[in-house]
Design a protein. Structure first.
Length: 464
């Protein structure tokens, strides 16, 4: 029996089989507040319609039951491409105005803004009973990730995070191999991405001077929940915002929910026990160029021992190829994960098929042929229509995103203000001990304070 697409990744094969044996629907979700309309259509509003936002709305639009009722973006130039595909869809610059004016005509909302506005927009939608598809890394702080998960549960909504590779055949195959114990129980994991933080602007501090705001851009709405600052061309909007702590999450925030997803899914991970980071230098404004984040998770039925070490690196840092047991000229991919198992190792490239090493350990092994990819966006729409949650819903994505943002907290306190103009220093921080039940870092007051942030008035995130 294969595990269906709608089963949450934390549901093990054993638990799934046990529940189906009793006739229970393993992935059945409590009755949703707002299901599809009587004609089966799902009416969607989109906040952030260019770049990744356009990709999301275009991919969702191919579902035959989707209808768009509103497009929202703070930059008027962003509408052109979406309008060409869906002419006549009403425009808005303020998501709050859109949600208020469209009211019950909206069933669901796609959120594809910069990270700092994910939670303000998504929570405002969920408070009104709207299903939500939200881009990774789900939210900007650990506290926001927790509230996103709670609001989805509280309102009984169908949600999905935009880590679309979760639904790709490569990651689904890797998850299958891990759960079936092909490399044995996993002893340790290394995950990495080639890019680093602060690669787009190479600035260490925000520019002091103000520049004219381009026509059609509402800079105040773009800032949203973030602290006020003057516009600077090419420094924040439209793409460099990931470098800045007030808006993005650096390399870990950008890629962690992609690359760590099969680690979580395949091994059934939840919340880490501890986190520690070291980096190439960080201050209160920017993310480091390179970093190493060391997690310790509770062991699961798929891991060896009662704890599992997961090490994240970025900016070109990656483990040594000899760890994988590769031979000849083979090398590790520029981005991906390495799973060290009791029977051998698995290398999983970022958006690539898994490979098993050393080769002699897997002579005669045949990769399963029955694994197929599914449409990540259609799965969300189908979930709204059927009332069944998806495997990348906020019940799962919230935990993954919390772990990612805990890594960013550890990076920020590795040493504060280590990097200033003209000087850099690398240093490691203390191990942060995480009490997930009580939402508390038990041994570091400064890190505890960084679990959340202060919002500009009018853009607050309500607690569930």
């Amino acid at each position: 029996m294969t595990i269906p697409d709608f089963v949450a990744p934390g549901v093990t094969r054993r638990r799934f089989l046990r529940s189906t044996a009793t006739g229970a629907a393993a992935a059945a979700f409590p009755a949703v507040l707002r299901a599809a309309r009587p004609n089966g259509n799902v009416q969607i509003a989109v906040v952030g319609v260019s770049a990744r936002g356009y990709g999301d709305l275009h991919s969702t639009a191919s579902h035959p039951k989707v209808r768009y009722v509103g497009f929202c973006d703070v930059d008027a130039k962003a509408f052109a491409k979406a309008d060409a595909d869906h002419p006549g869809t009403p425009h808005f610059s303020d998501y709050r105005v859109m949600l208020e004016q469209l009211g019950d005509s909206v069933d669901a909302v796609i959120v594809a803004t910069p990270d700092h506005m994910h939670a303000p927009v998504a929570v405002a939608a969920m408070q009104r009973g709207k299903h939500v598809f939200c881009q990774k890394p789900l939210a900007h702080t650990v506290w926001e990730c927790r509230q996103m998960r709670r609001w989805a549960e509280k309102k009984g909504l169908i949600t999905q995070m935009g880590n679309q590779i979760h639904s790709a055949v490569e990651y689904r195959l890797a998850t299958r191999l891990l759960r079936e114990g092909v490399i044995g129980k996993v002893k340790e994991v290394h995950s990495w991405v080639a890019v680093g933080g602060n690669e787009r602007t190479c600035l260490l501090e925000p520019p002091a001077g103000a520049e004219p705001v381009p026509a059609g851009l509402d800079w105040d709405l773009w800032l949203g929940a973030a602290p006020e600052r003057p516009y600077a061309a090419g420094v924040y909007h439209p793409f460099a915002w990931r470098d800045w702590q007030d808006f993005g999450g650096g390399a870990l925030g950008d890629f962690g929910c992609h690359i760590l997803d099969p680690v979580f899914t395949g091994l059934g991970l939840t919340a880490p026990l501890s986190i520690m980071a070291e980096n190439s230098g960080v201050n209160r404004h920017i993310w480091p160029t390179t970093e190493t984040v060391r997690y310790v998770f509770p062991g699961t039925e798929f891991t060896a021992g009662d704890k599992l070490k997961v090490t994240w690196t970025d900016g070109g840092l990656r483990p040594e190829r000899k760890l994988a047991g590769m031979s000849g000229d083979l090398d590790l991919p520029k981005s991906g994960s390495l799973f060290l198992g009791e029977k051998g190792n698995m290398v999983l490239p970022h958006v690539g098929g898994p490979r098993l090493y050393p080769a002699e350990n897997f002579t005669g092994f045949t990769y399963p042929k029955d694994i197929k990819g599914v449409n990540h966006w259609h799965t969300w729409v189908d979930g709204i229509i059927s009332g069944r949650r998806t495997s990348a819903g906020f019940h799962y994505a919230g935990l993954l995103a919390e772990a990612v943002q805990l890594g960013n907290v550890a990076t920020r306190v590795a040493r504060r203000n280590l990097i200033t103009r003209g000087t850099k220093k690398s240093d490691a921080g203390s191990e942060l001990r995480w009490d997930t039940e009580n939402f508390r870092i038990t041994n570091h007051a400064e890190a505890q304070a960084l679990l959340t942030k202060t919002y500009r008035r009018g853009f607050e995130v309500a607690a569930a």
